[in-house]
Design a protein around this ligand. Structure first.
Ligand SMILES: [Zn+2]
Length: 289
């Protein structure tokens, strides 16, 4: 599979999955009517944003997960900065955690405008609210209705630890399911997530296995998933396609990534016959006109 072939989502498989996604879904067993009519006109469209950022939009609702518009890397990066556009009335920013490459106050303020809300784990509500944002707290495993979508916060942790806790997000809408891993480490919940919320039409997973320099004593352990771990997580999640996120920083005195993370991820995914879609910031997943 060439990288360009990887870019093409199998649209037929994507559509076919919508009927499967409801079956056996523990906490997703809300009334079908909650998602609108079976032949709802809306179909979610997904755009990768900068770093770990993701936009999912459908009908009158836009979800931004970990949007960032501030160049905290001061140019030491191989990716572009993309300012998300929002064209819907309802808008929500879903946060995975408070680290500054995931919680960018400027990006949140610009996205939410007067009426939007942040949705985040209950452990960080106080801090986010103190920044002046309206907040909807989320407990682990609690499905939350957000306009055209239902989002559920799932346990996650990165290798640095962060005040108030961290989550990944499972998002469902228009019969599609998505997983966003933020910058999580490998853990033991993948099969559980697959059973309760999957299989996922698409999973967005960190791959850069980074280590911060200058912390004493050093852990010597990667602080987010490595390419190999991201591929394994994608397999266990039952993801029909995995898009790598959270990589491309070049600042070796401070932040060291897994070498050639994207290439390693592509090769390892091929070995395990995992379908992937490499998207640059600003690119839309297949299906976008
Ligand atoms: Zn982090």
């Amino acid at each position: 599979m060439t990288p360009s072939a990887c870019r093409a989502l199998d649209r037929r498989a994507f559509l076919k999955s919508s009927s499967l996604a409801v079956a056996g879904a523990g906490l997703w067993t809300l009334p079908v009517a909650a998602f609108g009519p079976a032949e709802a006109p809306g179909s979610p469209r997904v755009q990768r944003l900068t770093w770990a950022g993701l936009k999912i939009e459908m009908e009158d609702t836009t979800l931004l997960i970990d949007p960032i518009i501030t160049d905290i890397w001061q140019g030491n990066r191989s990716f572009s900065m993309v300012t998300p556009e929002i064209n819907t009335e309802r808008r929500y920013v879903l946060l995975t955690h408070l680290h500054n490459d995931h919680y960018d106050r400027a990006a949140v303020a610009e996205a939410l405008g007067e009426r939007g809300r942040v949705v985040c784990h209950e452990g960080i509500v106080e801090e986010v609210a103190s920044d002046g944002f309206r907040v909807r707290p989320a407990a682990h495993y609690e499905p939350i209705r957000l306009g055209a979508f239902i989002a559920t916060a799932l346990p996650a942790v990165d290798g640095l630890g962060v005040k108030g806790g961290q989550v990944s997000w499972a998002v469902r809408g228009g019969g599609k399911t998505f997983f966003h891993g933020g910058d999580t480490l490998w853990h033991g919940h993948w099969r559980l997530f697959q059973q309760q919320y999957g299989p996922f039409d698409a999973a967005y997973l960190p791959i850069n296995g980074f280590q911060l320099q200058g912390m004493e004593p050093p852990s010597t352990i990667a602080a987010s998933m490595t390419p190999e771990q991201a591929v394994a997580a994608g397999v266990l999640l039952g993801a029909r396609v995995v898009t790598p996120i959270h990589y491309g920083v070049n600042d070796p005195e401070f932040y060291v990534e897994y070498p050639e993370a994207e290439g390693a991820f592509i090769a390892l995914a091929q070995e395990r016959e995992l379908e992937i879609s490499v998207l640059a910031p600003g690119e839309w997943a297949a299906g976008r006109p």
